[in-house]
Design a binder for this molecule. Structure first.
Ligand code: SF4
Length: 383
């Protein structure tokens, strides 16, 4: 097993302003691997590895990556469905206070839960089939706000109306609804306590494309009307482009690139992002670059490669990449990437014109420079 490389991070700022809704600071989550006769520990999976970002009121951050990138675990740590191994998550509560949900005790956490909610991928299994719509949407109002009787019903109906349903649906069970309607019920449940933050985990992936568009438009309308913040976890770059103001790309538990979505789609700075974008669905007549087929599989988070975790699959890898882990550093205003060659690679989205001058020459120059002074030394010096 290779040693886990230490990555020096010059991560995005976690400064809290009046509009900050969520801060995630150096969050990691490890899972022990158990096996054998006495279920002894056999290693550790680093599912989330030193992730830092913030999210503002009314903003959407898309979190993308292949299966196994750690994005779902990150979402679950944020809503404290998993305890983090290290790091801190703060969420603004209904009183306007930033609450450290990673350290909150049971009663503080229960109170803070009014302010955030998670929507899951599968609208079929995420709703209890034995509960009516009134019970499903009303449950958080009973548990978190203690509502009952006419007041409870009034709030449930108001919430259903926000998602295009109404009082006529109160007594029905989930199996009476289509996939899109079930996801509307799930969204209504998440909105019941009027949270400031919703974590959407592949919230439209199980739906047909036409229904996906309706749900995405609904989420956009709700964001505009209620000033909601979304952390939108997905493998689908088209969804991110449609919805997210900023995007974070994860690879083997780490954020390898983050910035404004239009900047990243216009000029990605990490080869993994470029490969993901090259596979995004665009009309063939607009495609100027072929899909980049990455060799090999996603690295094993229990035994990641040395240096840059992406180096065994990276078409631009140089010697330094297997030796030194690149820092996540700012390569343009508000745009961070963890690649030794982020400043010189002329990467592009699937519809951008081919780069000039040729990338190979630039990489060669960068490689000689890195041999003298590795790029992440700058970031290390700043820390
Ligand atoms: Fe590729 Fe090297 Fe950049 Fe990693 S550091 S993404 S291996 S070029």
């Amino acid at each position: 097993m290779s040693e886990t490389p230490v990555r020096t991070t010059a991560t995005p700022s976690t400064e809290v302003t009046d509009r900050t809704v969520l801060t995630v600071e150096h969050v990691s989550k490890d899972f022990p691997i158990r096996g054998g006769l006495w279920s002894r520990g056999r290693g550790t999976v680093h599912a989330v590895d030193d992730v830092t970002f913030t999210l503002d009121k009314g903003e959407t951050l898309g979190v993308v990556g292949e299966s196994g990138s750690g994005k779902t675990t990150l979402g679950r740590v944020i809503v404290r469905a998993h305890e983090p191994t290290s790091g801190k998550v703060q969420i603004r509560d209904h009183n306007g206070r930033m609450v450290d949900v990673t350290a909150a005790g049971a009663s503080e956490l229960k109170d803070a839960r009014r302010s955030f909610h998670m929507i899951f991928q599968d609208p079929y299994s995420s709703l209890n089939p034995r509960m009516t719509v009134e019970e499903i949407v009303g449950e958080p109002l009973v548990n978190n706000l203690g509502l009952k009787g006419a007041e409870l019903r009034k709030r449930v109906v108001e919430t259903l109306e926000l998602v295009g349903l109404g009082a006529q649906h109160l007594s029905r069970y989930p199996n009476a609804f289509s996939g899109g309607q079930r996801q509307r019920i799930g969204i209504a449940r998440s909105l019941a306590c009027r949270p400031s933050l919703i974590v959407c985990d592949e919230a439209v992936s199980a739906l047909d494309v036409s229904i996906q568009a309706q749900i995405l438009n609904l989420l956009k309308d709700l964001q505009r009307d209620l000033d909601l913040s979304y952390l939108f976890i997905t493998h689908d770059l088209a969804v991110v482009e449609h919805l997210a103001h900023r995007t974070a790309v994860m690879y083997v538990g780490q954020v390898v690139e983050t910035g404004r979505t239009e900047d990243m789609f216009g000029r990605p700075r990490h080869p993994y992002t470029e490969a993901l974008l090259s596979a995004a669905p665009v009309p063939e007549e607009h495609r100027t670059r072929p899909t980049i087929v990455l060799k090999g599989e996603v690295a094993n988070p229990a035994a990641p490669p040395s240096g840059c975790y992406f180096h065994p699959r990276c078409p631009y890898a140089q010697d330094v990449c297997s030796r030194e882990a690149p820092a996540l550093r700012e390569v343009a205003p508000g745009h961070f990437a963890a690649c030794h060659f982020a400043d010189v690679l002329q990467l592009a989205g699937p519809t951008a014109p081919p780069p000039s001058p040729p990338e190979a020459a630039l990489i060669e120059q960068a490689s000689s420079a890195a041999a003298v002074a590795p790029v992440d030394d700058d970031a290390a010096a700043q820390e």
